[in-house]
Ligand binder design. Sequence first.
Ligand code: AMP
Length: 408
Amino acid sequence: MSGSPLVARLADPPPGLFASASPLKPNSGQGSSSSTPRPQPTALPPTAAAAPPTLDVAEQMNEEEKRKYIRGKKLGEGTYAIVYLGSVRADPGARVAIKKIKVQKEYKDGLPPDAVREIKHLQELQHPNIISLLSVFSSKDQNLNLVLEYLPLGDLEMLIRDADSVHYGIADIKAWMGMLTRAVWFCHENYVLHRDIKPNNLLIAADGEVKLADFGLARGFADPHQFMTSTVITRWYRPPELLFGARHYSGAVDVWSVGAVFAELVLRNPYLPGDTDIHQIELTCRNLGTPTEENWPGVSTLQGYGAIPAEVYPVPSKDAFRARFPIGADGVDLLMKTLVLNPLRRITAREMLMHEWWAASPKPTRKEDLPTKRGGEEKMGADLKRRPGLVEEDRGKKVARKLDFGGM
Ligand code: AMP
């Protein structure tokens, strides 16, 4: 298959941006097994070389790293960090995001686990659809700062919600889903579970590329015998095995979240917006069927299984899905396979990339032609005839679009 989405293009950090001597990145030339070596160290700017001579080597390296960046305005705030815009001292036009980890009382003697996870996994994963970690340094009071590539066009949630000015169709959804699926496939190939996939964690680069971000809940899953926590993944995107408290699970948990994002992109509303965990189980059963020993052998042994609703709902038919999700037969087939109740029968990220939907018409929109919030007004004229929230099946036929999986 030419242009196979399985062949990942490797990340090209903007010139001059890559930190070569981050104290927390001793192997910054080594990525995951399939990555190319990182760019060679760039010469330190005069200011960066001027660290006080009294510092020990590690402190001096940290000082040098810190001085490479200038922190600017606040961009946003998450549960464990504040994110600032930053610039590169040696190249003030180059922008970065600086994620300053909040000091948490309970982790006074060590680093917050979310930050450790984020650094550990982002160091290992270099892929065009995964946010790049450029450097790490500590600032005063031992505050940890992660320097990340700057992704200025917001996130997928902003696009989904802004139905008044952001109009999109199947070809656009296919492009976004392709980028998300490739990111998840790459994580799983490298034995990393993201465990918090949702539209708000899919940030958009200036060129339209979608990047999976926020690896604060990620973990490795190479050891199948290890117990894992079931209280991960934002509720609306949480699969039934986690709702029932499973302590052993696989990449199938992320695939379910990918399916929930897919459904949300089409509906322009969250697909399973549970208010509580019990409500989430109820919504899941109502919309996707009640898990039973017939459709999921062993499910009744899961500790939380008792929370299923009294009424047993059937697994919906393909026709029922098609009526709710007007994305064509192939699109519905893929969507349904991501939302299979039994995790062992759910499609894998690798299998998703082999699905016929990607090659079917319409072709995925080129990333530079994707709708953005910024470009919303410019696209308004062309989009006026389209009703917000409706996915047009034939848009791709009218516009000549090349099959493009991000230049892979
Ligand atoms: P987080 O703690 O990763 O959820 O980030 C909090 C907020 O900061 C996000 O919702 C974004 O608005 C913003 N943000 C995070 N990372 C970046 C980035 N690399 N580029 C631009 N904005 C970002």
